[in-house]
Design a protein around this ligand. Sequence first.
Ligand SMILES: *Cc1c(COP(=O)(O)O)cnc(C)c1O
Length: 435
Amino acid sequence: MNRTERKLRALSAAAEQNLVDPMAGFVDLAGVREAVEDLTKAFAPLGRVQHTVAAKACGLAPLLRFLGDLGVDAEVASPGETAVAEAAGLRGARLVLDSPAKTTAELAHALAEGTAVNADNFQELARLDRLVGAAPPRSVLGLRINPQVGAGRIGDTSTATAASKFGIPLRDNGNRALLLESFARRPWLTRLHVHVGSQGCPPELMAEGVAAVHELAEEINTEAGYRQVTSLDLGGGLPVNFASEDPGPTYAGYVATLLARVPALADGRYGFVTEFGRSLLAKNGFLVSTVEYTKVAGGRPIAVTHAGAQVAARTVLQPEHWPLRLGAFDATGTPKPGPDVPQDIAGPLCFAGDLLARERPLPLLEPGDLVLAHDTGAYYFGAHYAYNTLPRPAVHGFTVSSRGHVEFTPIRRAQSLAELVADAGGEFLGALPAA
Ligand SMILES: *Cc1c(COP(=O)(O)O)cnc(C)c1O
């Protein structure tokens, strides 16, 4: 059974079991497993590779543990992501810490745990000097390089522009010399890290970034007279196709592009780390919401659902960059027959722009119908926006047997009203006496 068939089965079963109440996220566990297999197989020609999942793409603890059991470690970028990954059993060397704003406490924790760290800038390196002290660290320590190879299609997720806030800009005047000197002074610095961007960066641009750090690593090692840099962290960023069920660029295709650009990557001289997020998870998750009401305004049909910016912030706020495919189903999860009518698919938030789609041709929706937002397994239900005190939705993992039987496993409960009150400062209710 392919991913599309599994999705439709899961939707009908979810409708039957009333799991969409009024909105929920779903993760196709077989799909995640296949993505991990594709990833592992594709990178095999590179030899020693530590695969991590970018926790920000979907940092749900059971999912991180599931991925961990499949051999995928985690890339974390905040104390919260670290705590969730550690709770999921991914500790120490199974974590890679990348963030442009690591506190001293975060760095000390990572060093005590043996967690790999990619320093973002020269000031952070100076902080590491003090923390590392005299003894050789247990952690693999690296430095993030901005290869300044330029932007992809989406400015906000392109990290290798000339003036990006991430990493050390490789082509800025004097930095190459400073980098060589920094490595010469720190024998414990053994890794270079590059992440060109996330969604919208073509594989060729990503390969340019990898080529730049490979060249730098060779230069550092020549200067050192020994192989000081032993591993390259290649980041994530493989783009996903949001326009159809076709997954888009494959890991195998990306590795072919990498090897065409830098054949030496397969010579066994470096170990590697990958940090994919969206390409592992986006196509393996979807959101479903009930249609609460419908209306016509200014001649335009509008369906009001429960899925808005709280679960789809980027799509709502930058619809030109992050369009989502939507499906129209009746209350049983059966596809609605046409004809298609241009409709606005609105969310519940109290601002007019809270629309999942504008004038989208879909079978005319009615109250009680279901709207399915495809390809939302990464950065959607895993990245909540707390506007209007809307709760985080429940997330269910699912598997489908060869006979079509769907089994759901809860991954996260919907946030309760009591939890929302607590998040709103509920413990300090007596704090502001006005009289
Ligand atoms: C966001 C991010 C990733 C993951 O990017 P995807 O596009 O989800 O693969 C990997 N590494 C770093 C440093 C990131 O910031």
